[in-house]
Design a protein around this ligand. Structure first.
Ligand code: GLN
Length: 484
């Protein structure tokens, strides 16, 4: 028997369509792999074997009947971050607040995944409500990095990234408010893409910070991510911030990039990224990545983004402010488990006290403070001004270059337990991924080898202007081809 779990999604899709293997066989192979390895890794909160196999059988029947495939990824299974509501599986956001919650409707991207006949293997672990950088804030379990089980796979989307790295799934979905797709991709040596804000529907994705949240594809190759990107993107009238524009031709761009030729492409290197505080093995790997891009024909240009210095403060004011508002609905009356009895206030206090974990409470308190009368101007308004300045820094940079490249994270995967009691250290880990979310830009983390000092994966982050997502895929695929 072939080792199906080691093939990429596009290879699996071809083999299913050619009748060389059934989707059932492939889906079962991944389910077996999960059963065999997830006791150690802890990537999944819920496994939907029966539902996945049913979709696989539908694909196999279509192939047998010689019908056109429902999509280019028909029959290739996927791991879904447990932040999207689904009608056939519980949705928890890794919070006790939503334990056992069954949604009456599917998120828009889930509907699209079902229409594309992509079997959903299960729902993956995350930091509670996607707040964190290590997946240790989950109320249910920690997830371990398949490259070293003592280390974090990153967060908040550690479950999806670990599932990909452990070959438990060939495709995955993540969400990125401040880096939760790119950062775990970087730490696990997988590909993760945050599309342009508004390019993929947020409807049915449990809100963290609505002006920053964006879901996107995760995979083991750039082409696989592109195929999934096209399957989930597009305008959605149920999401007021969804943009009504044609979906970027990212598959085409990934195929074009596979030639490895980058002549004529200008790649920016941010002066403020990768200096003090960045692990030397990461600096080395990123230097080598720039050397490779240059060898492939790209021109490297230094770009100055002075306002990135303030990104951390601005993000954690805006994110917490939006969280304090978005999570108000989990009060045991409108949403969430109801705890205790007595007055409405008593019930709400007990529900929220018991239902939320420490990090979520910390953010709600910070955000409530930042938005309160007397502090609003000093914090929230100021943070919004910085947000504008960061977007302007990017605009100026993109007057000079086609894409920006740099490290996705300051270090390789850190040890579980290392930062969980030190929120500031945890927040600092997001430094390189946050600016994009403030500006709404698309970004990708693509594997750039391992750091010589730790032997762990390093991710090269690529950044493009809004609605130019295809540039990420062209350059990402070229870089991937250049490394092979
Ligand atoms: N680590 C960041 C935070 O905790 C980003 C999280 C995310 O992108 N969902 O806010």
């Amino acid at each position: 028997m072939a080792n199906w779990t080691e093939l990429s999604a596009h290879e699996l899709a071809e083999k299913i369509q050619a009748g060389e293997v059934t989707s059932r066989e492939i889906t079962q192979a991944f389910l077996d792999k999960i059963a065999e390895t997830d006791g150690d890794i802890g990537a999944f909160l819920h496994i939907g074997a029966e539902e996945a196999l049913q979709v696989a059988d539908e694909v196999d029947a279509q192939v047998a009947a010689g019908e056109k495939p429902a999509s280019p990824l028909a029959g290739v299974p996927l791991a879904l971050k447990d932040l999207f509501v689904t009608t056939d599986a519980p949705t928890t956001a890794a919070s006790k607040m939503l334990e056992g919650y069954m949604s009456p409707y599917d998120a828009t991207i889930v509907t699209k995944i079902r229409e594309a006949k992509i079997p959903i293997l299960g729902k993956t672990n995350l930091d509670e409500f996607a707040m964190g950088s290590s997946t240790e804030n989950s109320a249910y379990k920690i997830t371990r990095n398949p490259h070293d089980l003592e280390r974090t796979p990153g967060g908040s989307g550690g479950g999806t990234a670990a599932a990909l790295a452990a070959n438990q799934a060939p495709l995955g979905i993540g969400t990125d408010t401040g880096g939760s797709i790119r950062q775990p991709a970087s730490l696990t040596g997988t590909v993760g893409v945050k599309p342009t804000y508004g390019a993929v529907s947020r409807y049915g994705m449990i809100a963290n910070a609505s002006s920053l949240d964006q879901c996107g594809p995760c995979a083991n190759s750039v082409l696989d991510a592109a195929l999934l990107h096209e399957a989930i993107a597009g305008h959605d009238e149920y999401d007021a911030t969804s943009v009504d524009r044609p979906v970027s031709s990212v598959v085409e761009a990934a195929k074009q990039g596979a030639s490895g030729d980058l002549s004529g492409v200008k790649v920016g290197r941010v002066k403020q990224f990768g200096g003090e505080g960045t692990q030397s093995g990461v600096v080395e790997a990123i230097d080598a990545a720039f050397a490779q891009l240059e060898k492939q024909g790209a021109e490297i240009v230094e770009v100055d983004c002075p306002n990135f210095e303030h990104v951390m403060g601005a993000y954690y004011i805006i994110q917490t402010s939006e969280v304090s508002s978005n999570l108000a609905r989990f009060d045991g009356m409108r949403y969430g488990q109801r705890k205790g009895e007595g007055s409405a206030e008593e019930v709400m206090a007990r529900t929220r006290g018991e239902g939320f974990g420490d990090e979520v409470k910390r953010r709600i308190i910070l955000g409530t403070y930042a938005l309160s009368v007397g502090y609003y101007d000093a914090y929230y308004l100021q943070a919004q001004r910085i947000r504008t300045l960061v977007a302007q820094d990017f605009q100026k940079a993109f007057d000079q270059v086609d894409v920006i490249a740099g490290p996705a994270t300051p270090t390789t995967a850190f040890k579980l337990g290392d930062k969980v009691d030190d929120p500031l250290a945890m927040y600092n880990f997001d430094l390189f991924t946050l600016p994009l979310n403030l500006a709404g830009l698309p970004g990708m983390s693509v594997p750039a080898g391992t750091a010589s000092d730790t032997g762990l994966p390093v991710g090269l982050q690529l950044i493009a202007p809004a609605f130019a997502d295809e540039r990420l895929y062209r350059v990402g695929a070229a870089f991937e081809a250049g490394r092979a």
